[in-house]
Design a protein around this ligand. Structure first.
Ligand code: FES
Ligand SMILES: [Fe+2]
Length: 372
């Protein structure tokens, strides 16, 4: 899937992919339930029995660390008569259902229940919580509702190693702040906007005058897997608002690794990591979170200032763009326009949007074929 293979002109995705509730329902059952999604950070579950619950693709799930130090994720539903097991976050010795007090081990096995022994033939060992595939990438916990899903290394080849190179202290990082940004648009509008910079010169004044060299900015899909990699050269780093130790490998570079469909690691000069992750709530509503990290979560004026500046500039500017696009997609006056695919790629090309839209189409259309 390269720019060279694209039909001419390549049209943007039809509006119904963003606005049709039936397509969103299809995505919930298919795409969102078969891809790796961010659950939370390991620092939320450091000790045995620590857990947190979260929602994904219409499901409530919870992640818990066992006495064997293994992180597991389960559907948040009791195997008796379906009461939800936990809410929020906390620490527990066993998982006790609030309805009739059936009790589960942190490995998911049923341990006990009032009067269950009186039931002839009741076999406790046949009952356990339903597990969800879980992977830990440098402390970032991802889950996949598809039990047959390929591992993250296949979806995102080389990303784990690349992160280790670009953010040498990544395993010590903990979140300092999560900035929550509700957006009134379909999640794919927000993802596409994040994944092209054709709009940047006009809409992000700090972009053209900041640290990156716009003429070198590029976003490329990886040869294998489902990664969009943003790279750029930087202007003089003397203009940065914080000190950078250029003796560290990659300290003078910027890059971003977007993991289809809803997560991105972004690395600023100075090996500073921040993240984006998205959740789709409905066909016309999503939330983006910006994550800001420091070693052990220690307070840092530098990082807090970056988070505030980012929220006030890039984030604020993008909210208006994506919400306007979403209103436009509902207009009878819109027909999908041609994407600007420059064979040389670069800042003013939408080849990254083309790659994304291919993934979007495949996810929805393959499922239509499968279910027909
Ligand atoms: S529903 Fe959980 S114990 Fe009855
Ligand atoms: Fe933007």
């Amino acid at each position: 899937m390269t720019v060279q293979d694209a039909p001419t002109p390549a049209r943007s995705l039809e509006a119904r992919y963003y606005t049709d509730p039936a397509i969103f329902a299809n995505e919930r059952q298919g795409l969102l339930a078969r891809t790796w999604q961010f659950a939370g950070h390991e620092s939320q579950v450091r000790g045995a029995g620590d857990y947190f619950s979260f929602d994904l693709a219409g499901e409530s799930l919870f992640c818990i660390r066992g006495r064997d130090d293994v992180l597991r994720t389960f559907y948040n539903v009791c195997q008796h008569r379906a009461h939800q097991l936990v809410s929020g976050a906390g620490t527990t010795r066993v998982v006790v259902c609030p309805y009739h007090a059936w009790t589960y081990e942190m490995t998911g096995e049923l341990r006990a229940g009032p009067n269950i022994k009186s039931v002839p033939g009741f076999d406790r060992s046949e009952i356990s919580l339903t597990p969800v595939r879980t992977e830990n990438m440098h402390g970032f916990i991802f889950v996949n509702l598809d039990e047959d899903a390929a591992p993250m290394e296949e979806w995102y080849p080389g990303v784990r190693a690349e992160l280790g190179d670009y953010v040498p202290d990544i395993d010590a990082l903990e979140p300092l702040e999560w900035v929550e940004i509700p957006e009134q648009c379909n999640w794919k509008v927000s993802i596409e906007n994040y994944s092209e910079c054709y709009h940047c010169s006009l809409n992000h004044p700090t972009f053209a005058t900041g640290v990156i060299k716009p003429e070198t900015y590029d976003i490329q899909p990886s040869e294998r897997g489902h990664v969009l990699r943003h790279t750029t050269q930087c202007q003089s780093l003397d203009a940065m608002t914080y000190d950078i130790d250029l003796s560290k490998p990659h300290a003078g570079e910027y890059r971003s690794l977007f993991l289809w469909p809803m997560f991105s690691f972004q690395i600023y000069p100075g090996n500073l990591l921040n993240t984006y992750h998205w959740r789709a709530h409905d066909v016309d509503q999503c939330t983006v979170w910006r994550g800001w990290f420091t070693p052990r979560g220690e307070d840092s004026d530098v990082i807090r200032r970056l988070a505030i500046q980012d929220r006030a500039t890039t984030v604020e500017e993008d909210i208006h763009l994506v919400e306007s696009v979403y209103r436009g997609l509902q207009s009878r006056g819109y027909k999908p326009g041609p994407l600007v695919l420059d064979p040389a790629c670069g800042l003013n090309s939408e080849h990254s949007v083309y790659a994304l839209q291919q993934w979007m189409r495949e996810a929805v259309d393959d499922r239509d074929l499968n279910s027909s």
